[in-house]
Design a protein around this ligand. Structure first.
Ligand code: ATP
Length: 379
């Protein structure tokens, strides 16, 4: 991360208690965040959670009802979008199809009356930074979807913004190209060093590309952390369920000791697990109980599950082959609940059959219990 002369980290963007309401509806709920210079920061959340509203306020297309937005330490409230050191790349790229690639990229600089020698130099650099140095003379209509996407980014980078704001830029691309562009974008960002703020509802995009991710739900940030923090140490039930694949039960707490609790699923198993999350857990309370598919083991016939593990009798409903990440779909015989179990590619599980009866087990340490209530950080 970039440091200033006092060796403290440079913050490119800060929001302080930002709120936005539409009538009675709270679209953005008291969002505070700090984004370090040079980072790839994603805002991840389901459709309608307020991501675009927040990004539009950072860009200057909307103003918050309360709170402050600072770019490199200066408030930008009231500063029009075209005067903010931030540029936005939209999902629908708004390129000029009849113009050449170079003219598209030069457009913003011409409007700013930059000298033509300078324009040529900056356009060349911007095209090289998106790996399209040879394509300046092509027409936009001659480019593939992924190339157009890169030109839309080059058109913003050429203006040398402090922040590049990306609103689901890969949403319109087909799956294969999206997978490819994820890696491209991450590499592009680390090459140019501009701070990227990327919004997406796709957790795999956010995990692959970002240094840090904010998980947003109902207008509020539930957790901000590195991808591995969010995956291995989720702080709320929503984050545990939204980031990565997880099996989830709704249960009631029957016993609490120190760091663990016992829970009872209605018409289902009793499960023991670790108490997690920011909201406290007490006897009688509703909790969500999670286990990742890769934490579940199949107990070999003739053996019994360890006393300190959770275990269930299941049957195999289906087997989903997906190379290294294949999954067995099982159903808990007693409760009828469907479960996902990750299968190692080779070994004893390959022989599983649909309809086969099995015992599965997993460690209580890998069973995570969260209060089903969300405690807003301001509470
Ligand atoms: P998506 O991924 O679907 O774009 P989002 O997380 O970006 O979703 P926003 O577009 O920020 O969500 O919208 C947040 C909420 O605010 C939604 O429920 C939306 O209906 C509401 N909303 C957004 N703009 C307006 C508006 N101009 N007037 C009223 N409600 C609005």
């Amino acid at each position: 991360t970039a440091k200033n002369s006092n060796n403290s980290t440079i913050i490119d963007l800060e929001t302080r208690n930002v709120n936005k309401h539409y009538g009675d509806f709270t679209a953005v709920d008291d969002v505070s965040l700090k984004i370090e210079k040079g980072s790839f920061f994603s805002i991840l959340g389901p459709s309608g959670c307020g991501k675009t509203t927040l990004l539009r306020m950072i860009a200057g297309f909307d103003e918050p009802d309360s709170g402050d937005i600072l770019i490199q330490g200066s408030s930008v409230l009231g500063v029009p979008a075209n005067k903010r050191p931030a540029n936005m790349v939209f999902q629908h790229l708004a390129l000029f199809p009849m113009m050449s690639v170079a003219d598209n990229v030069a457009y913003g600089l011409k409007q700013r009356k930059v000298a033509s020698a300078e324009i040529n130099k900056r356009v060349k650099n911007a095209l090289e930074s998106v790996d399209l140095g040879d394509s300046g003379k092509k027409k936009i209509s001659q480019l593939s979807g992924g190339q157009k996407q890169r030109i839309a980014i080059a058109r913003c980078l050429v203006l040398e913004p402090k922040l590049l704001l990306l609103d689901e830029p890969l949403g319109a691309l087909d799956l294969k190209l999206r997978e490819h562009m994820k890696v491209e974008l991450k590499q592009m960002q680390s090459r140019v060093g501009t701070t990227f703020i990327y919004i997406t509802h796709d957790q795999s995009e956010a995990l692959v590309m970002s240094n840090k991710v904010a998980v947003m739900n109902n207008g509020a940030f539930e957790q901000v952390g590195t991808p591995s923090d969010l995956y291995y140490h989720p702080e709320t039930s929503f984050v545990a369920g939204f980031v990565g694949d997880a099996n989830k039960w709704q249960a009631k707490v029957t016993q609490v000791d120190n760091v663990s609790c016992t829970t009872q699923v209605a018409n289902g198993p009793a499960l023991r697990g670790k108490i997690n999350g920011t909201a406290p857990i007490a006897v009688g309370e509703k909790v969500d109980v999670f286990v990742r598919p890769e934490a579940i083991k199949i107990v070999q016939s003739g053996q019994t599950a360890d006393q300190n593990e959770n275990s269930l009798q299941c049957t195999v409903v289906d087997l989903l082959f997906n190379g290294a990440n294949s999954t067995a779909l099982l159903v808990d015989v007693a409760s009828g609940k469907e479960l996902h179990v990750a299968l190692p590619q080779t070994g004893e599980f390959i022989g599983l059959q649909k309809g086969e009866a099995l015992t599965i087990s997993w460690s209580q340490d890998q069973t995570h219990c969260f209060s089903s209530k969300f405690l807003h950080p301001r509470a």
